[in-house]
Design a protein. Sequence first.
Length: 472
Amino acid sequence: MSRTATVVGSGPNGLAAALALARAGLEVTVLEAADEIGGGTRSHRPFTSADLLVDHCAGFHPMAVGSPALGDLQNYGLKWVWPEIDCAHPLVDDAAGLLHRSVEKTATGLGSDGRRWKRVFGYPSSRYGKLSTDLLGPVVHVPRHPWLLARFGAPTALPAATLARLFTTPQARALWIGAAAHAMRPLTEVFSSAIGAGILTAGHHNGWPVAEGGTSAISQAMHHALLDHGASVQTGTTVTSRADLPTADVTLFDTSPTAVTSILGEALPSATRRSYGRFQYGPAAFKVDIAVRGGVPWSDPRVAKAGTVHVGGSADEIVTAEADVAAGRMPDRPFVLVGQQYVADPQRADGDVVPVYAYAHVPAGLDIDITEAVIERMEQFAPGLRSRVIETVTTTPNSFSAGNANFVDGDILCGASSPTQLLLGPRPGRDPYRTGTPGHYLCSAAAPPGPGAHGMAGLNAARRALHDLNRH
Ligand SMILES: Cc1cc2nc3c(=O)[nH]c(=O)nc-3n(C[C@H](O)[C@H](O)[C@H](O)COP(=O)(O)OP(=O)(O)OC[C@H]3O[C@@H](n4cnc5c(N)ncnc54)[C@H](O)[C@@H]3O)c2cc1C
């Protein structure tokens, strides 16, 4: 009789776990609460005034390209496409900082900081292929490339604001702090450099591409691969208790640790319940999708060629904004991540009307409408934007959590990226994936290596489950 697996949740981690288990010959069932698979890797057409394709959550994929969890998805229709400029950071009354896949080209644009940028990011990014096996694995493990990891890891222990002092030009400082701000935590704290260093290093190796036809192309390709391996996927099925779980040899949860506690209840060892009870969630996102006629009129026209745009002003402004958010205050000048995916994937636009995706970092659970503040912040770097806006669609922190239970109070990372949680996940110990209930594993972004559409928590958890299964 073949062995069976249930995966709760069909985000990229759940699908990656399901795929690894199905490829190992298990009979896999995926149960998804939403009416559509994909979790943070979905796309939709939310506007009434134009037919624009928009990524609901994840848009840019420096960590997903080449991820072992996504493997051969190009055989199932996934195609990566790159913008001319990977990321731009506009500044008031100054030229924007521009990030290219090539470290050399980026350094050339950074003037007196060029050599230093190359020194920080050149070595790790040229060896990213090797480094990624350690970075994307369970963090507590025997590294395969200890010296490379140590050389990469030592600076990441520093506060991002301290590392910013390496640079003197406003462009290099802003580019660095803008990337570090993806961590959504105070940039003056230790280890706040980790996520920024990871995405810049991966980005200098892989670029910051988008998925052709929308980020949902990632989950669709995984779905096709799963069907090819005989797995079944049921949408519209919320698991709330053990009674909802089919009997299976292994069960993996692409959910928050909080959901695992409420589903498994008393079946979860009390030590795990305590650890999961202490798990902390981070700030939220407030997203505004904007239909813009003729594109955003950036003051520095080169910004129009970038896929990702960090709208946050100077490095110091971003440090202040992230500190406010972490303290539960709405910043006067929020940090806004802008996506111009259509630059790489023109089919997302409708004639001269283009979809611009913008989300601000805000305090958890914020329940006021800040659409105007987001547009106002963009206007500071793109005067005249407002007159080109033909429609906006907002996703508040509460609507993020209503559409995906993993985004607790709008926390799009499914857990605060504090040093302990980033390194160890929600259950300190040798294995962040085992829940302590035999045969039951956590496989979501709450487990290492953390957030992103790379699927690696799913693959790592599936490997752990297969290892345990094969011992019995
Ligand atoms: C606005 C935004 C922008 C982002 N930008 C990027 C980006 O550019 N690049 C990037 O790499 N990442 C980005 N991310 C983060 C990325 O989307 C997530 O880190 C990633 O989706 C996490 O994958 P996951 O599989 O762990 O969980 P999720 O993708 O959150 O999926 C979890 C799934 O489980 C389902 N589920 C939960 N509980 C249950 C239950 N009890 N029963 C059944 N089903 C359940 C949910 O409905 C959901 O479908 C962004 C996220 C957001 C919201």
